[in-house]
Design a protein around this ligand. Structure first.
Ligand code: HEC
Length: 184
């Protein structure tokens, strides 16, 4: 028993290593030594497997986009719960975070400047979300649900078509023909 307990940390360490090193050699069935391949080759392997179109982004933009996305999901959560409670004002208020504005449209243009089709889908998403507000202001429950469903359809459509590709500023400038924003 004592021997088993004292062997545990080593066992756990080797398990952790084989996971973080991208897996053992499946052919040997034994779990060979941890791979020393750099992360970039693992990323290249993922890019080959993922056939969605890349949206090139510098790291700061990629992070901002993901923060926006998480807030989009939060909006969907808030709208669903508010609708269940019959609180149309709360539905309208939450939907206003994703409803169309010129500022959001410009943001889509900027984020998608290296990904043809991305800005248009982003703008369509914000336009569908405006429909949630219209229905909420009319206190039309089915209308809110329909507009929410149509909005989510654009979310899932875009996720099926695009993936992030994190690049450095020089590559971003080359791919978009624009000058890269400064990181902060
Ligand atoms: C115009 C395109 C587009 C639209 C519209 C869109 N997304 Fe995304 N979203 C993306 C891309 C691209 C990613 C990154 C996916 C990847 O690289 O695998 C992403 C990632 C996410 C993530 C993961 C964030 C993270 O931290 O990893 C969430 C959550 C998400 N989106 C939620 C939503 C929701 C909810 C909606 C609609 C209400 C939505 N998105 C609409 C393009 C879009």
């Amino acid at each position: 028993m004592t021997r088993l307990v004292s062997a545990l940390p080593g066992l756990l360490l080797s398990l952790t290593l084989s996971c973080s090193a991208g897996g053992a050699d499946p052919a040997s069935g034994q779990g060979g030594p941890p791979s020393t391949a750099p992360a970039s080759s693992a990323q290249a392997a993922l890019d080959r497997l993922d056939d969605r179109s890349p949206v090139p982004l510098i790291p700061m933009m990629a992070l901002h986009m993901k923060a926006d996305m998480k807030d989009h999901l939060l909006v969907v959560e808030e709208i669903t719960l508010a609708l269940a409670a019959g609180d149309f004002e709360a539905v309208d208020e939450s939907a206003s975070r994703i409803a169309f504005t010129e500022d959001l449209a410009n943001r889509c243009d900027h984020m998608g400047s290296g990904a043809p089709g991305f800005p248009e889908l982003g703008i369509e998403f914000h336009r569908k979300a405006s429909g949630i507000r219209v229905a909420a202001q009319a206190r039309d429950r089915d209308g809110v649900l329909r507009a929410l469903g149509e909005t989510i359809q654009v979310c899932t459509g875009c996720h099926a078509r695009f993936r992030q590709e994190v690049v450095d500023s020089a590559a971003w400038e080359q791919r978009t023909g624009s000058s890269a924003p400064h990181s902060h």
